[in-house]
Design a protein around this ligand. Structure first.
Ligand code: PLP
Length: 284
């Protein structure tokens, strides 16, 4: 694989960052994941806008520009022959040359790393046909989940708890209400209405979420942004999640209880179709 580090395209085994990098020592970094379908980037502008926001919220400078970053994404997709997959991007506060809680001087070079992941069959994933099983867990993350930081230990532990329980993923719960999935936004469908938690610092502002809610409204589907409990979710007609890497993915059970018929529901299936069609039309 060809990867990108601080201005250079290198074979992955030649790409290195310092042991003093703030990303490594303090999780002082932000990231984005942009999916690739048909060799094209899905919603690059949305991911770039969120990157700028994440950097701003952490008083981190933007080491790149929209134009340059788009070029790096395209070059990596080309160099690695990615038809379906992802481009991962990470920016950290760089290498101050030592370990210190205080931010390094402003002129410290930041670290910018990108790499691709090839996922043949991403759009036609078998999981989308069967749906996935989730468990519920306490949300143990910090209070700024709207910033896409590389601080991913709590979601990683949640994912492993799900695997140990024979499930695919976990929905995180705070004060009885579902926040989101370990790496996706969570939705239920009841009496035709699509229900999902509103935007706040409690959840990541999903780029796929924004697109899906827009497409749902355009298709005259009812969308309600409000809190919902895990008990309400278990009684829902349907459930699903959205993310750049799964698009719209039906959820067929929660904590072992079947949702609706126990099969992917019509709303989730329709939204997946619309999302794939519309976002591929707009891909760049
Ligand atoms: N919520 C969390 C916690 C995530 O990590 C992600 C994606 O990685 C999402 C939601 C979905 O965001 P997006 O649709 O931008 O991929």
């Amino acid at each position: 694989r060809t990867v990108y580090v601080n201005g250079e395209y290198l074979p992955e085994h030649e790409a290195t960052v310092s042991i003093f990098d703030r990303g490594f020592l303090m999780a002082d970094g932000v990231y984005e994941v942009t999916s690739v379908l048909d060799g094209k980037l899905i919603d690059f502008d949305g991911h770039y806008a969120r990157l700028e926001r994440s950097l701003g919220e952490l008083d981190m400078a933007n080491p790149t520009t929209h134009e340059d970053l788009l070029e790096v994404h395209r070059e990596l997709v080309r160099a690695n022959g990615i038809e379906e997959g992802m481009v991962y991007l990470q920016v950290t506060r760089g290498n101050p040359g030592d370990r210190d809680f205080a931010f390094p001087p402003e002129d410290t070079a930041q670290t910018l790393v990108l790499f691709t992941q090839s996922k043949p069959g991403l759009a036609n994933s078998p999981a989308a046909k069967t749906g996935i099983k989730v468990i519920s867990i306490e949300d143990q993350r910090w209070a700024r989940r709207d910033i896409k930081t590389v601080q991913l230990l709590a979601p990683s532990l949640g994912k492993m708890a799900a695997k140990r329980a024979g499930a695919d993923d976990a929905w995180m719960v705070e004060d009885g209400h579902v926040t989101e999935g370990t790496s996706n936004n969570a939705y239920i469908v009841k009496d035709g209405a699509i229900i999902t938690r509103g935007l706040s610092n409690d959840i990541l502002h999903g780029i796929t979420r924004a697109a899906v809610l827009r497409f749902a409204a355009e298709a005259q589907m009812q969308v309600v942004e409000r809190l919902f409990t895990i008990d309400e979710a278990k009684e829902a007609d349907e459930a699903f999640v959205t993310s750049a890497s799964t698009f719209v993915m039906p959820v067929v059970s929660i904590d072992g209880a079947a949702i609706g018929t126990g099969e992917p529901g019509p709303v989730a299936k329709r939204l997946r179709e619309i999302y794939l069609e519309e976002s591929m039309k707009a891909a760049i």
